[in-house]
Design a binder for this molecule. Structure first.
Ligand SMILES: *Cc1c(COP(=O)(O)O)cnc(C)c1O
Length: 359
């Protein structure tokens, strides 16, 4: 029996994708072998890779003047990859701090660039984003980085910041493909796959091609966007199985109706869960309503001593992965594309029962 899995990442995948992968596991479409046994240079795998890229381009409407890379090292690798690819030593870059993942990106970037934190949400206890139109990007910044969705804090930008002529870089790890996004507003969009795109082990980087000539000479090959773009992301052996699975997830998103439909469903799921939280005196979510994430919903019970019993009883009821991040405690429900509204409804029903018994 499969549970409803609310884990933040690695996270739930569409059952249809898992079943398809199972059916193709030992003999991928008559090739006589599994995808993980194929040479990455074989025409079969090159086809799988190209098809995944084409589907991602089509879903997100990525223009031709952007490269789409499939890399390793996670979003964390790109925390270093961004300054190494976009700046010369001694340069400055602007960052917005909206929470834990912003802070990690900033910490890593400080090894390589003069980081200017131009907005920090500490006064709101990282429960909001800067008001639209308030960011002032220094003219000498090589780029502006922000975290589109804070997976731990449950804070999501409801707008795309205006960085003027400065390239805009965003960590979209936990929200990519959850709704339409205007790629043309960005210089770079990057995302680890294990939230909304597939399994862990592969990271998508979408980069405007005019930014591919700014790398430092000592950028490691595995993080070198330009070299990777020239080599179709196969400068070295790529994570072939993960790449294939991302392709299956992209096909599934297409079959569901693409990003407009995903956005409609995700908004309905988020409305259902936030509605239940706001409608109760027992549960609470600290995030300013306009900045609430559609993907990661942290919530609290009145007495922290009830957190462990909540998570344990939920697991008994087939609702898995509801413990908050180890750094913040509380509870968190991650409701990515692959989480059906039935799963969110089951959680809301469980929450109502738990409140009756413990409220
Ligand atoms: C999960 C996550 C990361 C870290 O991803 P890794 O693949 O573990 O490096 C970075 N940023 C955000 C927003 C995330 O959700």
């Amino acid at each position: 029996m499969r549970v409803h899995n609310f884990s933040a990442g690695p996270a739930t995948m569409p059952l249809e994708v898992l079943e398809r992968a199972r059916d193709e596991m030992t003999d991928w479409r008559g090739s006589g072998m599994s995808v993980m046994e194929m040479s990455h240079r074989s025409k079969e795998f090159v086809g799988i890779a190209a098809e995944a890229e084409a589907r991602l381009r089509s879903l997100l409407q990525v223009p031709e003047d952007y490269a789409v890379l499939f890399l390793q090292g996670g979003a964390t690798g790109q925390f270093a990859g961004i300054p190494l690819n976009l700046t010369a030593p001694g340069a400055a870059a602007a960052y917005v701090n909206t929470g834990a993942w912003s802070a990690k990106a900033i910490g890593e970037a400080k090894k390589y660039v003069d980081v200017r934190v131009i907005a920090d949400e500490k006064d709101s206890n990282y429960a909001s984003v800067p008001a639209e139109g308030t960011l002032e990007v220094p003219g000498d910044a090589a780029y502006l980085h922000y975290t589109l969705n804070e997976t731990i804090g449950g804070v999501e930008f409801p707008y795309v910041p205006d960085a003027g002529e400065v390239p805009l870089v965003t960590d979209a790890s936990s929200t990519i493909l959850s709704r339409p996004l205007d790629v043309t507003r960005f210089g770079v969009i990057y995302a680890g796959a294990q939230k909304n795109l597939g399994p862990s082990g592969i990271t998508v980087v979408i980069v405007r091609r005019d930014l591919l000539n700014r790398a430092r000479e000592d950028v490691p090959g595995a993080l070198d966007w330009s070299a990777m773009a020239q080599a179709d992301s196969m400068l070295n052996t790529p994570p072939t199985l993960a790449w294939y699975l991302v392709g299956l997830v992209l096909e599934w998103v297409e079959q569901q109706g693409g990003l407009t439909e995903m956005g409609r469903r995700n908004q309905a799921k988020a409305d259902l869960l936030y509605g239940a939280i706001d409608g109760s005196d027992f549960y609470s979510n600290p995030v300013e309503p306009a900045a609430r994430s559609w993907m990661n919903v942290p919530f609290l019970v009145p007495d922290p001593a009830l957190e462990k019993p909540f998570v344990a009883a939920a697991a008994e009821a087939g609702l898995s992965g509801l413990g908050g991040h180890r750094s913040v405690g509380g509870m968190r429900a991650s409701i990515y594309n692959a989480m059906p509204i039935e799963g969110v409804q089951a959680l809301v029903d469980f929450m109502t029962d738990f409140e009756k018994q413990n409220g």
